[in-house]
Design a protein around this ligand. Structure first.
Ligand SMILES: [Zn+2]
Ligand SMILES: [Zn+2]
Length: 434
C-alpha cells in the first residue's frame, strides 16, 4: 500500500502531505469514479456546445451557454470579449491553477445524421474544442462538490479564437492571469490518433512557432518577346523559391526542425508581358526561438540578394504569429504521473513527438509554468482515425470523463503542494500529494 506517510518518511513533518491517511490510488480512483458518474451530464454538455459552433471572436452563443452552466454551478464569472473567466475559491488561501479551454469552431460543413449535428450552417466543432470546454466545465462541476479540498483557487479560462487570431494573447493582456494571480496553467487537446483512455505528454517544445511570410519581388515589365528589355519578376521568384529550399537543408542543423512553405504565388497580367511584380506568401515554422530568429534574417537576406543578383529588388515582410509552445518539465511530469495513476501506465505515452502545427496555449506557457497534453479521443480498435479539421471528425465521448479526472486531480495536486519546493519533493518521492 502506497501511503503518503510511508513515502514521505523523515521529511514528512515539514511537508503539507502529512495529514492524509488515504492511499494515493484510492483518491485517484474516487476522482475517476466521480468523473464517470457525471458522464451523462458531460455528454449532454458536449452535445449542447457541439450544436452551436461559432468562428473565432464570434462565440456569443457558446459564451452564453458557458455562463449559464457556471451560474448553475454557482461559480462566479466575467467576460473578456466572447471569452469567459470563471473562478472557484476554496475555503483556504493558496495558489491558483488555471485550466484553459478554447471555444472556437471551424468553417466546415458537418455531415447530417449525427444526433448532435451542428445547427450553424457551414461551421463545425471539427477541432474538438467542444470537448475541451466540456472537460473544463466537468472539472468545475466536480470541484464544486469537493470545494473543501481546494487549497487556493481554480480559474477557468474559456478562450476565443484559438484557430485564427490567437485569442490567448488579448485575454492575457486583459488581465486574465491576475486577480487572483495564476501560478500554473493547464491545457489539453483531444487527439484522435490516441484511443479514448490514453494520453500523451511531452516536456519542452511541443508545438511550433509560426511566422507569416510575404515576399514582394519587383522587376520591370516588357514585351514577352523582348525579355532583355525588362526584369522578369516571375523568373526571380522561381529562383527565390529554389533558394529558400536551401535554408532548411543547408543553413540549419539537421537536428533542428523548421519548415518554410510558400503557399501562394500571385503575379503577372498576361501571357506575353514580362511580369513586373510577384507576391509570394507563406509560413515559417520552427521549434525554437533561436532558429526562428536565424530564419527571419537568413530568409530576408537570401531573398534580397537573389533578387539583386538578377537585376530586381525584393521586400520581405515577416509577421510574428504564435510562439513556440514549450511545456515546463515539472508540471508535465506531475500531470503525466497523475495520468499514469488514473489511466494506467500502459495508456500513457511520454516524449510524444513535437509538431510544427501551432497552438496559442503557447502564450499562457510563456507567462506561467504549466503543461499542455493530449487526451485520446479515438474510438480505438479497428475504427479508422478521423483527423482533426475534417468533416468526419468526431470523438469517443468516453474521453470526457478521463479528461475531467486527470485535470481535476492535477489541479488539486498542484494546489495542495503549494510551493515549488514541495512539488519537487513530492515528485522526488514519487508521491502525488493528494
Ligand atoms: Zn484546430
Ligand atoms: Zn484545436
Amino acid at each position: 500500500m502506497e501511503t503518503i506517510r510511508a513515502k514521505t518518511g523523515a521529511l514528512a513533518a515539514e511537508t503539507p502531505f502529512t495529514s492524509e491517511e488515504k492511499t494515493v490510488s484510492d483518491i485517484f480512483k474516487s476522482i475517476l469514479e466521480e468523473s464517470r458518474s457525471i458522464e451523462p451530464w458531460l455528454v449532454a454538455t458536449r452535445r449542447e456546445l457541439h450544436r452551436i459552433p461559432e468562428p473565432g471572436n464570434e462565440e456569443r452563443e457558446t459564451s452564453a451557454a458557458i455562463g449559464a452552466i457556471l451560474d448553475q454551478l454557482e461559480i462566479s464569472h466575467v467576460n473578456i470579449g466572447t471569452g469567459v473567466v470563471g473562478l472557484l475559491d476554496g475555503p483556504q488561501p493558496g495558489k491558483c491553477v488555471a485550466l484553459r479551454a478554447d471555444m472556437d469552431a471551424l468553417p466546415i460543413e458537418e455531415p447530417a445524421g449525427r444526433p448532435y449535428t451542428s445547427l450553424h450552417h457551414g461551421y463545425m466543432h471539427a477541432c474538438g474544442h467542444d470537448a475541451h470546454m466540456t472537460v473544463a466545465l466537468g472539472v468545475a462541476k466536480l470541484l464544486t462538490s469537493r470545494r473543501a479540498d481546494v487549497r487556493g483557487s481554480v480559474k477557468f479560462l474559456f478562450q476565443p479564437a484559438e484557430e485564427s487570431t490567437g485569442g490567448a494573447k488579448p485575454m492575457i493582456e486583459a488581465g486574465c492571469l491576475e486577480n487572483p494571480h495564476v501560478d500554473y496553467v493547464l491545457g489539453l487537446h483531444v487527439a484522435p490518433e490516441l484511443a479514448s483512455g490514453k494520453a500523451a505528454f511531452r516536456s519542452g517544445p511541443f508545438y511550433g512557432a509560426s511566422d507569416n511570410l510575404e515576399i514582394i519581388v519587383r522587376g520591370l515589365s516588357a514585351h514577352g518577346a523582348h525579355p532583355e528589355q525588362g526584369i522578369d519578376a516571375i523568373y526571380i521568384s522561381a529562383q527565390i523559391i529554389q533558394a529558400l529550399q536551401s535554408v532548411v537543408s543547408r543553413s540549419i542543423s539537421p537536428l533542428d526542425s523548421a519548415v518554410i512553405t510558400i503557399g501562394k504565388i500571385q503575379g503577372g497580367t498576361r501571357n506575353n508581358i514580362i511580369a513586373s511584380e510577384v507576391v509570394l506568401t507563406g509560413t515559417i515554422r520552427t521549434l525554437s526561438e533561436d532558429v526562428r530568429a536565424f530564419l527571419r534574417s537568413r530568409i530576408t537576406e537570401l531573398c534580397a540578394r537573389t533578387a539583386e543578383a538578377l537585376g530586381g529588388s525584393c521586400e520581405t515582410r515577416i509577421q510574428a504569429s504564435y510562439p513556440v509552445l514549450s511545456n515546463h518539465a515539472l508540471q508535465t511530469t506531475i500531470v503525466r504521473e497523475i495520468a499514469e495513476r488514473i489511466l494506467g501506465s500502459d495508456n500513457v505515452r511520454d516524449n510524444e513527438k513535437p509538431t510544427l502545427g501551432v497552438e496559442d496555449f503557447a502564450y499562457f506557457l510563456r507567462e506561467r509554468p504549466g503543461t499542455f497534453w493530449h487526451l485520446g479521443c479515438g474510438k480505438g480498435g479497428e475504427s479508422a482515425i478521423t483527423p482533426l479539421h475534417s468533416s468526419g471528425f468526431d470523438i469517443d465521448e468516453s474521453c470526457l470523463a478521463y479528461g475531467v479526472a486527470v485535470q481535476t486531480a492535477s489541479a488539486l495536486s498542484l494546489l495542495k503542494a503549494g510551493t515549488y519546493e514541495n512539488l519537487r519533493f513530492a515528485l522526488s518521492q514519487r508521491i502525488l500529494f493528494m
